[in-house]
Each structure stands twice: as structure tokens, then as C-alpha cells.
Write a new protein. Sequence first.
Length: 112
Amino acid sequence: MTQIIKTSTPGKEKNRLSKAIVITIREFMRMQEPNTATNDMLAFIILALEEITSGIDKSVSAWEKRGYWVKADKYRMEWQWTGVFAKRLRKAFSLNEWGEITNGMVQIMGKF
């Protein structure tokens, strides 16, 4: 029987993805017009935000087991914006609304 040892925690993943999102947005903002590269960057940002969102509950489960409900709720409220922005960007991307996408990118940079 093979045992898989996971060395990455949701918190480490969040930090790594956050840095990658910031770097990607900086590069995205240098682009003059939408093209396949901007599409790829946007897709990465959406998926990374969704991954951060999915890790929120995993991150706070240990706190909740110990009864740190306020700390867990504070963390959830602090990071709930990732899911909201992921949905907004996904919708704007599907509708090809590049003004809304750019606005969302600026707001995301403000969060980080």
C-alpha cells in the first residue's frame, strides 16, 4: 500500500497562487489588446482564484475543531472576495467584456 504525503498546505497554496496572480496581472496590464496570451492569463487567474476559494474551508477546519470560530469566520470573510471575483471574471470573459475584466484586475491588485 502506497501512502501519499502531502507537503503543501492550503495556506501555502494560497500564498503561492496569490504571488502568481499578481505577476500575471502585471503582465496582463502590459498587453495592448486582447489576444490568446491574455486569454490564457485570464483563465489562469480565474482558476487560481477558484483554487484559493476552495482552500478556505480546508484552512479553517483545524481552527473550528479547536473551537476558534471567530478566527475561522474572520479568515473566511477576509478571503471570500476570491470566489466573487472569480465568478465576475468568468462571466465577463464569457461575454467578452474586456472593460469589466480590466476593472476586475485592478480591483484584485488592490486586494493583494
